[in-house]
Design a protein around this ligand. Structure first.
Ligand SMILES: Cc1ncc(COP(=O)(O)O)c(C=O)c1O
Length: 416
């Protein structure tokens, strides 16, 4: 919980900011998981916590379908209305048309749709960064096996300490790794292992100048960065809603840039993508073309409630500013501990802070332990939920706009 003394000491808010902090205090009280005594949550990059009304909507809507009559016209109409309202709510967050949105289950499904949408020819090339998530690399390797393409990796890790002003160096590095047969670049908007934010708009421009598709793993950026997807102009932007948006597990989406829509094809298909015309299937000319069939409509309202709840606290920009402000506080305080080494040497530009425990200097309970053992110990002994990563071998704390300065105090004092 936030103590007002801690806030005025650390954030030094002006009156408006102080009002917002006090609003946050009551805002947090709507999240049951944040009210559990002595529990401190730093795993938003894995899964967000849900507010009470979003949780309640799930059971309410399953019951509602039963009460309307399962597979009745009334239930069907209700599901169509839910589906349309949900696409509209997602599209509004990104300032794009609902027709550009495909509903999925998670980020990885969206990335798979993008990977398989290209008419790959043997000898074509796919460029990935060396910081991508294992699930996305697995998808790329399947494409390689199936179509005989080559995968190239560009060493994003070498730019770990590039900040927004150095964005040109990141774009230059990527461009150096494009070859004449490169058809697609797939990369994260925010790296899951370091929190580095990539200059996506400039990358998309450089790739489009060379007729290369840009597919983005947005698992860690949706709900963190203020986003205008039409302006960024990446071709595919795949994400889940259960992390930083704090919506239920099992709902994701994919934005497809309208300009490429006629150049890409779905692989898995079903009735959701078809117009009513029979007997020859005709595709719908919107994101539904990449959807398949029945899904959990009862979850959709919960997701809309989660987005609305976040917006009720502050705009996307205000939430991002708070994330950066709090992340900087944690990063500075971790840097001040002699036995902790932050992976990035720059103040964070996202909510992911990765750091190593230096075993030569560590003493007490965290000495002589792997990062995964330390994470387990923080959970079992202190109810501090944080995750360990394998590459780089480190701990990762996720800072959300819901995080409080008291949460940060607790983590730092336990590590100390
Ligand atoms: C960068 C990145 N990509 C993909 C995933 C997988 O996400 P999902 O389970 O939504 O497919 C994660 C999850 O942690 C991630 O951090």
């Amino acid at each position: 919980m936030i103590s007002s003394a801690a806030l005025s000491n650390t954030l030094q808010p002006d009156n408006l900011e102080r009002d917002r902090e006090l609003a946050l205090f009551s805002h947090r009280s709507h999240f049951p998981a944040l009210g559990i005594k002595n529990r401190t949550y730093f795993n938003y990059g894995g899964q967000g916590v849900m507010c009470e009304s979003a949780l309640d909507a799930i059971a309410k809507n399953f019951r509602h379908i039963e009460s309307l009559g399962c597979f009745s016209s009334a239930a069907g109409d209700w599901m169509v209305a839910e589906y349309n309202a949900t696409k509209a709510a997602i599209a509004q967050e990104f300032q794009v048309s609902p027709t550009t949105i495909t509903l999925t289950e998670n980020t990885t499904v969206g990335c798979n749709i993008a990977l398989w949408a290209v008419d790959w020819q043997q000898g074509d090339r796919l460029l990935l960064s060396d910081c991508e998530h294992p699930g996305i690399i697995a998808g790329a390797v399947q494409i390689q096996k199936r179509f005989g393409i080559e995968i190239d990796y560009f060493p994003l890790t070498n730019t770990r300490n590039a900040n927004a002003e150095d964005s040109e160096s990141v774009v230059d590095l990527l461009v150096q790794h494009l070859q004449s047969r490169t058809r697609m670049v797939m990369l994260s908007h925010i790296c899951w292992n370091t929190g580095q934010v990539l200059p996506l708009k400039a990358i998309a421009k450089a790739c489009h100048d060379r007729d290369v598709f840009v597919a983005v793993d947005a698992a860690q950026s949706v709900g963190v960065l203020p986003l205008n997807l039409a302006d960024i102009a990446a071709d595919f932007y795949a994400f889940t809603t259960h992390k930083w948006w704090c919506a239920p597990l099992g709902l994701g989406a994919l934005y497809i840039r309208p300009e490429i829509f006629d150049r890409v094809e779905p692989v898995f298909v079903g009735w959701r993508g078809l117009t009513a015309k029979t007997p020859i299937p005709q595709w719908r000319e919107d994101g539904a073309k990449f959807e398949v069939a029945s899904s959990t409509y009862a979850l959709y309202e919960s997701m809309r409630i989660a987005i609305a709840h976040a917006n009720s606290w502050g705009s996307q920009l205000q939430r991002y500013e708070r994330i950066c402000q709090l992340s900087k506080i944690l990063w500075e305080r971790l840097n001040a501990l002699p036995h902790i080494d932050c992976i990035r040497q720059l103040p964070p530009e996202s909510g992911l802070i990765s750091f190593k425990v230096n075993q030569e200097l560590a003493k007490g309970a965290i000495a002589q332990k792997s990062h995964s053992l330390i994470a387990k110990q923080l959970e079992s002994e202190h109810q501090i939920l944080i995750r360990a990563l394998a590459d780089p071998d480190c701990l990762r704390a996720s800072i959300h706009y819901l995080t409080s300065t008291d949460d940060i105090d607790r983590l730092v004092s336990v590590l100390n």
